[in-house]
Design a protein around this ligand. Sequence first.
Ligand code: SF4
Ligand code: SF4
Length: 537
Amino acid sequence: MKNNDIRIKNISDKKDQLYEVDLDNLPELPYPYHDWEDPPVEEIQESKREKYDSSLDGFLNLQVKKPKTDEEKEKYVAGFLTGLKRLLTKEENWTFLKPFMLSLDNCVKCNTCSEACPIFESSGRAEVYRPLFRSDTLRRIIRKYLKPGGKLTAKFTGADIDLNWETVARLAQLSYRCTLCRRCAQTCPMGVDNGLITREIRKLFSMELGISPQELHGDGTLKQLSTGSSTGITPPALMDLMEFAEEDLKDRTGLDIKIPFDKPGADILLIHNAGEFLSWPENLEAFAILFEIAGLNWTLSSEMVGYDSVNYGLFYDDAQYARVTIKHAEVAKKLGVKKVVVGECGHAHKAIMAIGDRIWMGESNIPRESGMVTMEDLIVNEKVMFDPERNDFPVTLHDPCNMARSMGIIKPQREILKKICPQFREMTPHGVHNYCCGGGSGFAIMQSNNFPAWKYMISGRKKFAQILNAFTKDELDPSVNKYICAPCSNCKGQIRDLLNYYDAYERCRFLYGGLVELIINAMVDVREGFIEWDDFH
Ligand code: SF4
Ligand code: SF4
């Protein structure tokens, strides 16, 4: 079916695939990518296509098993309706019922949200990716199947939708075609939050039907709770890694720094996204250098879960979210620290500092602070010495959605960059208006089947264009070193993969990394050259 012919009621159509991404219709990229052609999308393996539903758009990141019998199909639909009823009750959804109901009730169908949505725009305005397509499917189901007399009045209320297995499966897939960036929510004149509606749909599928992406649940939350980290790093493995980090730090800087662990009563418990330990150890090394040279009384934790700020439940499931955040609070309380500082991870900021307010209560209500703020104090108040000339190369800043749009942390990272990077320039737009990297809501770690193509071509397209637009034509030449500052572990993963997909290291020579690395690169107490331009990874 052609994109423009697809209507919400078509979500129930019994066909192999509702929509196919039209590569020729994707928006053009800026210089030097005018001639860029996205490679054809790989088909999902036949065995997987037979086993799992991919009937929305031919991409697969959520494994919804196809039912074998009509009874199984009916069971799915009944389970979905039961879960939906629960979402709408105070007892079963005390966490988000109010904003959910307000978002369901207040939409006036103006479509302002569509114009703000990077997925809709970057897909060439595909109807199925319009924020309202997903939200209104849910509204129509509620109106027709849960309101008294809904089926009788459906013709008049516009609830022209059939609730069958296809509808349920495609709605599940649709909830994973949104990065939960909440750009739509920011522009909505009625205060409707399509990101929140999407997240509630994900929650329904996880909590009622046991359907969630393997990367977030099995390889994420469950692994974190059983091994100590979503990366699988156990406490003993952590200590080995930290020994390696201390040696690496010495090689890079000549400094002999011991990374402190489990210090009772420390002023600060620093929690990193454990992705840094494996992929970007220079980030945690840079924090150690900065905090030690500034003379802070700080510690990391080696307790299970206490060394990994990840909390993927934030993206799909309240119960799984709570299990992890309770562990974080317990670790901080047991150590008796004065405050928790969250390192460079956007979703961890929101999980620990914002949504955490619902769980970190009573004696567990330990103050929590963004690492951006901690660093701002050290740099703006010149508690460490730096030489901005060391960072005299073009630098731009990516705002992680959870940190910037959802929490309003905008100024600290800019105050730091203005002090230490003479060639700092903003992306357009930026701050609360910034575009998601395209890896939000867990997409950054979803690498299976053909989904990566979707997140590079579509969900990351606006971000890649923003990056290119932040530099002049001359600066985009590969002879010029330039830096994309992304103070978030998940965003860094997505930006790394975007640069690889678009061959942008070779074509333009970008380096991406965190904020604290730039600070260390400029610090006069540290040997020059902390940032290694030739070590792209
Ligand atoms: S901007 Fe708000 S009111 Fe307008 S269509 Fe979108 S959700 Fe509805
Ligand atoms: S949360 Fe972001 S990706 Fe999702 S519908 Fe809104 S703008 Fe689009």
